[in-house]
Design a protein around this ligand. Structure first.
Ligand code: DON
Length: 316
């Protein structure tokens, strides 16, 4: 299929993709460290694809909200890059303190951090996201509200933060705290561990739907311009860098597999969503809660593979 195919063709194609992907969900497992994830319906499945004109192609549970979890790392990075683009000092601060290499380790691993003197490999693993939050705490009046405002603007609707999820995240944050204290010991955390963990827990608890995430991702597939408003959210070279980081690190130690199987910049979250960019064509999000051993949605991975193959979306 090509970009000129009709809307009906694309609707039918999404149905077919869902049919292939849905049954694979049961090969995965729900995240079980907090009630909101443990109690989720494993059979939920939603796939949303929004083109640059705003036409939305959807199948399944695309209007049911979930916690965006690690997908928030893309938006907190975008906010930090907006700040960094306005001030050389922030730019240096950000990229001196967090790298852009894949980690090849689980998203919440401490091992590299000890060896690499408290500098996280990239902003998509927990350590890197905590540093990004630390930078935001230094340069935003209210990082939580600024991030919520950015995501709401991009989604075209007001999004909310589920305080119960944020509380549960804070209550199970032992490993993230350990990461934060380790970075603090290397002088790579400038606010208190409590402040940074609070910011991180709240960004994980932002509630969005697959449809809203697909809309919100489109500016990254459109040289940094939100097609809904024409507003330049990030300059083109910066938007491309966010996409590069998503491709190489957005699905953790499965980033190579995603590049191989899907060929699109992707970012996953532990609630089972994966947000993907098809440059100049679509913002895409798939949601199916059961996860594989890398913490990526099992059926989501299958759906993106099928979609990318059928629509020839791979960037390679
Ligand atoms: O920090 C954590 O453990 C979670 N709240 C978020 C992690 C996440 O979504 C990783 N994703 N696959």
């Amino acid at each position: 299929m090509t970009a000129s195919d009709t809307a009906q063709d694309l609707d039918a194609l999404l149905e077919e993709v869902a049919e292939v992907a849905r049954p694979t969900a049961r090969q995965g497992e729900l995240a079980d460290y907090i009630p909101a994830l443990r109690d989720e319906d494993p059979d939920c499945f939603g796939l949303a694809m929004v083109d640059m004109d705003g036409t939305e192609y959807v199948v399944g549970d695309v209007d049911r909200p979930f916690a965006i979890q690690s997908i928030s790392k893309v938006f907190s990075l975008v906010l930090a890059m907006q700040k960094a683009d306005r001030a050389e000092g922030v730019k240096k601060e950000l990229w001196d303190r967090v790298g852009v290499e894949p980690s090849g380790d689980p998203f919440n691993s401490l091992i590299q951090l000890e060896r690499e003197k408290g500098i996280p490999r990239n902003p998509m693993i927990n350590a890197g996201a905590l540093v990004v939050d630390d930078v935001l705490l230094g340069h935003c009046e209210n990082p939580r509200e600024e991030m919520k405002a950015l995501v709401s603007e991009l989604a075209g609707e007001e999004v909310t933060i589920d305080e119960r999820v944020a509380d549960a995240e804070e209550g199970t944050s032992g490993r993230n705290r350990a990461i934060a204290y380790l970075m603090q010991s290397f002088d790579n955390l400038h606010h208190t561990v409590d402040e940074v963990i609070d910011a991180y827990a709240h960004q994980c608890a932002v509630q969005m739907t697959a449809r809203q995430l697909a809309r919100a991702s489109r500016f990254l597939a459109n040289d940094g311009v939100d097609p809904a408003t024409g507003k330049q959210i990030l300059r083109p070279p910066l938007a491309r860098r966010v996409a590069a980081i998503m491709l190489t690190t957005g699905t953790y130690d499965a980033a190579g597999e995603f590049a191989f199987d899907v060929g699109l910049p992707c970012k996953s979250g532990v609630a089972g969503a994966i947000m993907a960019l098809a440059p100049d064509r679509y913002g895409i999000t798939v949601w199916s809660p059961p996860l594989d051993s890398s913490g990526n949605s099992r059926a989501g991975h299958v759906a993106l593979h099928e979609l990318a193959e059928r629509l020839e979306l791979s960037i390679f």
